[in-house]
Ligand binder design. Sequence first.
Ligand SMILES: Nc1nc2c(ncn2[C@@H]2O[C@H](COP(=O)(O)OP(=O)(O)OP(=O)(O)O)[C@@H](O)[C@H]2O)c(=O)[nH]1
Ligand SMILES: [Mg+2]
Length: 234
Amino acid sequence: PGSLVVLDWHRCADSKEHFSRIQRRNVRKRFGLLEAPVLRPLLAADTVSYKIFLSGKSGVGKTALAARLAGLPVPSMHHETTGVQTTVVFWPVKLRENGRVLFFRLQLWDCGENTLRRFDHLLPACTEQADAVLLLFSFTDRTSFDDLSSHLTRSSSPSASTVRLVVGTKFDLFMHTDVTERELREFQQAWGVPVFRVPGGAGAPGVAGLAEVAPLLDALAEHLWHRDVLAAQS
Ligand SMILES: Nc1nc2c(ncn2[C@@H]2O[C@H](COP(=O)(O)OP(=O)(O)OP(=O)(O)O)[C@@H](O)[C@H]2O)c(=O)[nH]1
Ligand SMILES: [Mg+2]
């Protein structure tokens, strides 16, 4: 991974039209479950859909990350998520190989960790046929980092081809960080799972711009596409 999609394509002039389909005057459009960007016939691009499960201890910032990725305002308080909440994010991606543009439709599944523990049927519902799992930990909560290995184990059962990325949140509160760079590197090596930092500070007021969310969304698209290319070859 690292060579399939054009990184930071939103900065290129030729992406303007496509990105104008997901935002208006720098404000992201919201997409309901049955909605999709409207494209002009000449701009026709295929849409590829994926189910993404957000996993991690209560309070690490799953709901905040989902809002951030969708360009919605991030709640500044922690309200435990009761049940499952899904958010649809559309993200245009240009393939390096042939210049083809794809709209990635990412359906984020965010379930409150305490609800998940209480009702046994929820975890299978969230992980079933998930294409990717984002495993969150918080830089300010040591136990959320220590919990990662058990979250990795529980998310690995559905299918070995599930894409897994670790995302560290609250990096902006680095004064209180509980997890060192070295530990992160060691973790990355031991598990072979890439680690990202949450865009901006999810706790910061306001709404994320494209530049903030692009690194994570591009990386997610890259890994998903890489997996699909491999699957098509075998
Ligand atoms: N400063 C800062 N605050 C963050 C960040 N991410 C999340 N938060 C805050 O952390 C708190 C908890 O975040 P939530 O997204 O509600 O946590 P959750 O993982 O959904 O928790 P449950 O629904 O209980 O499982 C909120 O007050 C967020 O604003 C971050 O990157 N930086
Ligand atoms: Mg939540």
